[in-house]
Design a protein around this ligand. Structure first.
Ligand code: ATP
Length: 603
């Protein structure tokens, strides 16, 4: 019957204090997970801990899960801690008596403020020991920290930090930074299982799991309007032939791929409308015009629905779609209907829920039938995605050309009847994107995070002339450098980027940036912006770190001839192209495939 101090997640079933879960037990669990290599072992360790919580203090399960995935609430509520690293450094200095320069240099050296905080505490003597922390209080206080600002925020961080024992300091600080670095991304451990996908809210799911058996759970945690589903995503392809290779004799449909902003539009039984972005952010306040005219869309008796669609900018006079760039000039928050300059049209391509019934397990033909039955088009406001059901390769090619003429990016090709359910949160092989302007070698553009800037020379003096970009490695929760970029920018772009990124300069590289020292930029940035980038091809690189260890033990992958396309406001930095996707894109290049083939033949 161990106390929290001696609790070891692999050896003990639970801790001594049966009323509340000690924060130290959670920290110890994270510590073990951090030292573990194998994924299954990690999951085992975490589930051991959760079992102990369930046995000893079940009401701590919800806070324990949230703390393990480093979230304070369902993602769609958008509650974030937002504590700057310098604020944390100051709190650590105050609590440990160290000076700021020392903490900064240690962080630079070790690459992890959490460890620095823990080590600084070890050597510190306390006049009196504050009460031990517990999971429930830590979670509650973190939620409070997220809501307050200024000095009171700083005070609260300080008071909690002072109470941290042993590795608690490491994980407390990492929680505040927003990176736990135990390799257990929330999406990996939770949101891909069916229940988490249809009901992405632990406050609902966990109590239900404790109460009902597995058969009942699905019913007890239904999807419902107002709670966003993570969207189904598509795989890139390099041409019509690849599409037909994949789909063979299956019935398919091609839809125009509109270039705007993804919108999941929900209406609940009370008639309230909410609009969610690709990232499940609440975009309702951005589109009061859509809400005002939403009844025009309905045909017959529709009480509630969830539709999947793309919002595009619309030229009212010429009755045509405008480029994405126009949509991006639209105001984002507190939009006043009277002041809207950019009109929009919504292109609907899916129906996920209607009048209390979820449709995601039905196939696309059925969902489409219901869509046409319950909704109607309104010129320039609500339209169904232009579609063509064909299995003729020439017709697909021709439809692709038409979509480009119609100001679209290309086509989405989808299965209609077989393997045609709506796969929540999945990048599915049943939706393929076919874009016209791909460089044939690389199937898709990449979405990368800007982590550093190089000062411009000559005509570019006074702005940044080049930038360091990174992909995101979800396994290790780090940004890995992938290329320097200086092409594709107009002078105006450079001005805009310099102004924006200039506001997000940090004094040193983040501890979770992976890069070679030879790439050191003039300024490092917070990971705040994602850019869409195209390139000629991907190659192995001795200096860049993208996907290192996946394709090659020592070398990362870098982009050749990267070119800036646009800012991706709808993606946050953790939605940037993932290291595994980079590895996949590298490997699916023709010359790499051919090389691999010939080396296997030689063997
Ligand atoms: P990711 O593939 O990572 O989502 P992305 O957002 O860049 O990145 P795209 O290449 O833009 O993906 O392709 C998928 C997106 O295309 C969808 O998220 C949606 O916003 C848009 N889209 C436009 N028309 C359609 C359509 N008819 N069906 C499905 N998606 C469409």
């Amino acid at each position: 019957d161990p106390s929290a101090d001696s609790y070891h997640p692999l050896k003990n079933a639970y801790w001594k204090d049966k009323k509340v879960t000690p924060y130290l037990a959670l920290a110890r669990t994270f510590q073990v997970i951090e030292e573990t290599k194998g994924r299954l072992k990690m999951i085992d360790t975490l589930s051991n801990f959760f079992c102990s919580v369930m046995l000893v203090s079940p009401e701590d399960l919800v806070p324990s899960v949230y703390l393990s995935i480093n979230q304070l609430a369902p993602a769609y509520e958008g509650m974030e801690l937002g504590v700057a690293e310098t604020t944390l450094m100051k709190a650590i200095c105050k609590a440990t008596g160290r000076n700021l320069a020392h903490i900064k240099s240690q962080t630079h050296l070790i690459g992890d403020l959490g460890i620095v905080a823990e080590q600084s505490r070890v050597s510190q003597r306390m006049m009196f020991q504050p009460a031990p922390l517990n999971v429930r209080d830590v979670f509650r206080k973190l939620r409070e920290i997220a809501k307050i600002s200024g000095q009171s925020k700083m005070d609260m961080v300080y008071n909690m930090f002072v109470a941290c024992r042993l590795s608690e300091a490491r994980f407390f600080i990492r929680s505040l930074i927003g990176k736990l670095r135990i390799g257990m991304q929330s999406r990996v451990c939770s949101q891909r299982w069916p229940l988490g996908c249809q009901c992405p809210n632990y406050d609902i799911i966990i109590p239900a799991i404790l109460k009902y058996d597995i058969k009942e759970l699905q019913e007890r945690c239904p999807m419902h309007p107002g709670m966003p589903l993570r969207p189904m995503l598509a795989q890139p392809t390099k041409g019509v032939h690849e599409v037909f290779e994949r789909f063979g004799g299956m019935q398919i449909t091609c839809e125009w791929k509109y270039d705007g902003e993804r919108a999941q539009i929900h209406r609940n039984e009370k008639g309230e409308i909410s609009i969610f972005s690709r990232n499940s952010e609440n975009n309702t306040a951005k589109y009061p015009d859509l809400i005002a005219r939403s009844t025009g869309l309905l045909k017959g008796d529709v009480k509630s629905y969830i539709i999947d669609s793309e919002i595009v900018a619309w030229d009212v006079e010429r009755k045509q779609i405008l480029p994405f760039q126009v949509l991006s000039t639209r105001k984002r928050k507190n939009v006043d209907i009277e002041e809207i300059k950019v009109q929009v049209c919504v292109y609907i391509f899916d129906l996920l829920y209607i009048n209390g019934t979820a449709l995601v397990t039905k196939n696309l033909s059925e969902r489409r039938k219901l869509l046409l039955e319950h909704f109607q088009e309104v010129e320039g406001e609500w339209k169904f995605a232009t579609a063509l059901d064909t299995n003729d390769i020439d017709e697909v090619q021709q439809f692709l050309e038409e979509s480009i003429k119609g100001n679209c990016e290309g086509l989405m090709v989808k299965t209609l009847d077989e393997e045609a359910t709506y796969e929540i949160a999945k990048r599915s092989r049943n939706w393929l994107k076919l874009k016209k302007d791909y460089l044939s070698n690389v199937g898709d553009s990449l979405d990368l995070v800007v982590i550093g800037g190089y000062k411009g020379k000559g005509r570019r003096t006074g702005t940044y002339g080049g930038f360091l970009l990174a992909c995101y490695d979800t396994e290790n929760e780090e940004y890995q450098s992938i290329c320097k970029i200086g092409t594709g920018f107009t002078d105006e772009d450079l001005q805009t980027h310099s102004e924006f990124l200039g506001k997000h300069v940090t004094s040193a590289a983040k501890s979770y940036y992976r890069y070679d020292p030879s790439l050191e930029p003039d300024h490092w940035f917070e990971p705040v912006q994602v850019w869409e980038v195209k390139c000629a091809d991907l190659s192995l690189s001795p200096i860049h770190r993208a996907a290192i260890g996946i394709v090659d033990g020592e070398r990362g992958i870098s982009l050749r001839f990267p070119r800036f396309i646009r800012i991706r406001d709808d993606k946050n930095s953790e939605n940037a192209t993932d290291a595994n996707q980079v590895a996949h894109m590298y490997q699916s290049q023709d010359q790499v495939k051919n090389n691999q083939k010939s080396s296997t033949q030689m063997e």
